[in-house]
Design a protein around this ligand. Structure first.
Ligand SMILES: Cc1cc2nc3c(=O)[nH]c(=O)nc-3n(C[C@H](O)[C@H](O)[C@H](O)COP(=O)(O)O)c2cc1C
Length: 406
């Protein structure tokens, strides 16, 4: 369907093929860790939250951050993607399909972003590493443990396929475990997983190949890949374009969702807009609360918000990625942004905060392409991930029932 009230050159509402699946339009709900599964299981609140986005017009929602193991949790209230939880996961996908959309599951291991308070385990990283945000020292993961992580990714992917998910999104970004391997700042390994870009990409490649073997063409495989961490000495575009090329050459990736920033430090590089120090302080207790008030701005960083703020970097991947599609993310708020992405050869877009603010923004845009998103990038949703993720303006979407349904 072509819109008539603007000079439109792209068929916004045309379906998009992604590997073995077809999306009814190019809009994916980006993962926004939802805090609606206190026991690591699907709840009615989680289903209702995601159904809102599908009913609001997007093509596919992303069940955010499903940990592949207990040690891999990043925040409380996340899903554990294991077979024990499959009945609830099936109800989740069934609800999305009945509402007319598709469901993707983000799979990850938090690595240096994990904390002992949440997982019960000392966090791991490619090498021994001190995380300034969590104030925890990670130990270096062993090769034997890496093999276990590879198998856990493959098992979780199979559970997702059996549960009826249409896609999985492998979290290879934000300095979580896999992307920490890309980073020369964290990865000081002397074995075949450290040093050259080929070596630093090896772990990701092994996970990807094993996941593909496990799910074959039963679902689409998306890789969420950091283009640039915003940290001196870590990953920048010269590295990440090569990582993308190496992963793309496996033929196992259906799309790269291009992201940036890190959850280890300088977090606002990913988000842009207001730095919510009060929000971060509220997640801490005692002396840590004071520490956040004094040093929070230095740790989180400060970056002005700009529409389509990842576009310039994402353009660098077009000449290198030959097989997979590219998903544009970051500051997509209205019809013109989506249109520009499509015109520039990004066949899909992912939206986070704009959808938290208005789950039905795509229906609104469909009715009127002049619709301007209401999200003001105050980022007060950011720290709600430690309780129940929501936009402060749309609390009515926050909670139905937090009881596990399997
Ligand atoms: C509240 C909140 C929670 C988020 N949780 C996740 C997450 O679980 N996994 C992830 O990869 N990104 C997460 N993100 C990042 C978003 O997926 C997205 O990359 C970012 O918000 C930029 O897109 P936007 O400008 O459309 O919001 C989160 C973002 C927000 C605001």
């Amino acid at each position: 369907m072509y819109k008539e009230n603007k000079q439109v050159t792209t068929p916004f509402f045309n379906p998009v093929q992604l590997g073995p699946i077809t999306l009814r339009n190019p809009v994916i709900k980006a993962a926004t860790s939802e805090g609606r599964s206190p026991d690591g299981k699907v709840t009615q609140a989680l289903i209702d939250f995601h159904r809102g986005f599908i009913e609001g017009g997007i093509a596919m929602t992303t069940l955010a951050y499903c940990a592949i193991s207990k040690a891999g949790f990043a925040a409380p209230g996340e899903i554990l993607m294991v077979r024990d939880n499959i009945e609830g996961l099936k109800k989740f996908t069934q609800a999305m399909h009945e509402a007319g959309g598709l469901a993707s599951a983000q799979l990850g291991h938090a690595g240096p972003v994990a904390t002992k308070q949440i997982t019960g385990f000392r966090p791991v990283a490619p090498s021994r590493f001190f995380n300034l945000t969590s104030l925890q020292t990670c130990r270096a993961i062993t090769q034997k443990e890496m093999q276990e992580v590879i198998e856990q990714f493959a098992d979780s992917a199979e559970v997702a396929a059996d549960a009826g998910f249409d896609a999985i999104e492998l979290h290879f970004g934000h300095l979580y475990l896999v992307s920490a391997f890309f980073s020369p700042w964290i990865n000081k390994r002397k074995d075949q997983y450290g040093g050259s870009i080929e070596n630093r990409t090896r772990f990701a490649k092994e996970i990807l190949i094993r996941v593909k073997e496990s799910v074959k063409d039963r679902l689409a495989i998306i890789v969420k890949l950091s283009m640039d961490d915003g940290i001196k000495g870590s990953i920048w575009l010269d590295d990440s374009t090569q990582t993308a090329r190496i992963l793309d050459e496996t033929g196992a990736v259906d799309a790269f969702e291009l992201t940036m920033g890190s959850s280890v430090s300088n977090q606002m590089y990913l988000f842009r807009g207001e730095t919510d120090i009060e929000g971060m302080a509220a997640t801490q207790k005692g002396i840590m609360k004071l520490g956040v008030k004094w040093f929070g701005r230095k740790i989180l960083g400060e970056y002005p918000y700009k529409d389509l703020y990842m576009l310039e970097s994402a353009r660098q991947f077009k000449p290198v990625v030959k097989h997979a599609k590219l998903i544009l993310l970051g500051g997509i708020n209205n019809y013109d942004h989506i249109n520009q992405a499509l015109m520039e050869g990004f066949p899909l877009v992912a939206m986070g905060r704009a959808l938290l603010r208005e789950p039905d923004i795509i229906n609104k845009i469909e009715a009127d392409t002049n619709t301007v998103g209401l999200c003001i990038h105050c980022n007060k949703c950011m720290f709600s991930v430690f309780t129940t993720t929501n936009c402060v303006f749309t609390k009515e979407y926050a909670i139905t029932s937090h009881a596990a349904i399997n």
